[in-house]
Design a protein around this ligand. Sequence first.
Ligand SMILES: [Fe+2]
Length: 683
Amino acid sequence: MTFSRRKFVQASLLAGFAIATKKGWANRLPTIAIERRDLFPQGVASGDPTANSVILWTRRPPVKDSAAKKLVVEISTTPEFKKILAGGTAHLSADSDWTCRFWASDLDPNREYWYRFIDEHGFASRIGRTVTAPAAGSDTAVRFTFVSCQCPNEGGLNAFRRMIFEDKARPKDQQLNFVLHLGDFIYEVTWYAEDNPDGNRGRRIRDLYKFPQGRKVSNFYLPVTLEDYRTLYRAYLEDTDLQDARARWPFVCVWDNHEFAWAGYQSQYVAGGGYNAPAQNQKVFANQAWWEFIPAMVQQPGNPKLEHFKAPEVVDTPMEEFNEDGLSEEPNNLKAINSLKIQRVLRWGKNMDLLLTDNWSFRSPDMSSDDFNVQGFPRVAPQIPFEIMNYGRHYNGGNPPDTIYFNGKDIPNPTKDVHAQTFLGKEQRRWFLEQLGASAARWKIWGHTFGTMELRSDYQNLPGELGSNWPKDVGYAVMDNRFLRDKDEIFDFIRDQQITGFCVVAGDRHAFFAGLASKALPPKKYEPVGVEFITGSISQQTLFEVLEVTMKKDNPKRVLHLIDQADGTVIPSVNVTALHGVQSTLKLKETGDMQQARAVRNPEVAPHLSLLDMGGHGYGLVTATADQLSTEFVCIPRPLERSDRPDGGPLTYRVVHRTRLWKAGEAPKLEQEILEGDPRYCI
Ligand SMILES: [Fe+2]
């Protein structure tokens, strides 16, 4: 490394104060300082690396009688900090909860840097490490992990410990470039131990925090104020494993639902317990807290430098009408949802563009009706009514039926005259297609919260008494399938533009999925246009865990989800039901043997899926090279408690899927290899 070139740092994204230190830092000796982690209780972090810059972050609040107003930022090319390469100063203020964003620029591509913050009393943060992206023309392989859904209040973040352990053991040139966090970084809904002395559905409650204000609904609390949202981030970031991960790699983040509101959309707060209220103020608070604690290259319209978060003044106002695209044009809603734009594109050399979308701020309200729920079949929807309601007025090429036939009756179609469901909204969808069309990278990775792959089973083939109540002529039992019209537009565009190397990475579902992305499944045209990987949660409960805790042993449909074994263990047959169909599940129950179960599979149920695990936790690891994309699922046991092992505890399995870069007009293909462990009920 040569120090002859003058390095400098611009602090233009600094909260509150734009101080740019442009010379005099290279080759300086480091400031004499004492490391005091207690004064930087949320550690350090970096975010959104480019080939020559990265955002550095910390929080230095007043602690007891030690307050600080100013931080020196030092960047070095060695972890020992023998010499300083670049630096600057940053000011702190209560306006952004004592958090600080520092834009380190003019760095070299594809290399490691170390950084720290020092206050005016000579007290230093821990030393963080970060990595820049390869240069635009570089062929270097890109490696990243993708994660979602962490809750240190009800589990251990052991997956991060394993990620760190494995990365440290790799040769330098194979270490991770970054971590992609796909949201549910926090869970805003909070169960307190005092109201739930037996825990929350089998999970021990740590009571890491209480909301300064909060709103009690049923047996849980929801945040109300900006301080409430900040309280969540502060408490989560005191977790050792999360903090160590943020100090080791740059993070790239998008939010999922829980950064604002459990089942919300746009600026409406919707939660369990029947809570449903306009929440424009809370949407702004949620956005501000996210911006304060997550270093990211995001935008506020009308505030190009984003030195401060400008919170627009809004009044909580009901959204009464939704336009053609499912958007409420109510002015307070528009101000709130546009108060922070997180959709963006980041690039890693020639191999990879990462396109990130916001799947909640522009989401349309659900206009479907409960009239089409099938009694006795929990957690599934009948396919044909579901699709009619999801497409709204756009069903059947704009000719939706007046009525929907269900259980021998013609029921009025509740969505005949309303918008189709959307998660991107019209404007963001157009932006996404422009970015996708313009991408010259070999691999175009769409990072967003929940993925596109449909999950269903063939309940129409259930025999005898088990199937007697499944309605005739409604098709499959849909377990999960979202926003069909968005998917149609995006996948038609990929096919028509002959885009190759398209890959979705997602989280949210608390399950591992690997497969091919197709607009539709048989008997409709099955036409894969890309590959897709969804990661299991870091720690939050899976469907398998919830069913184990809540589903009655004598429920006649239990076999479709859970098979009890003589030794007291339970097989997650829900995977088999969705991967292979109901006959396979019944055969598994009868024989206990997956080979015999697979022999009677229905190949039409899930031709797109090669792995499904609705009980696993962990993370995904992607490696993108010039001609191949490989994705490893690293699955760990249910993290009820934090592991104190240096590797984060045992491994359940490690499975890799590889795909060669396909040519225009070809279909993508996936090859699977089991590297460790036994995922027999997931494939
Ligand atoms: Fe989640």
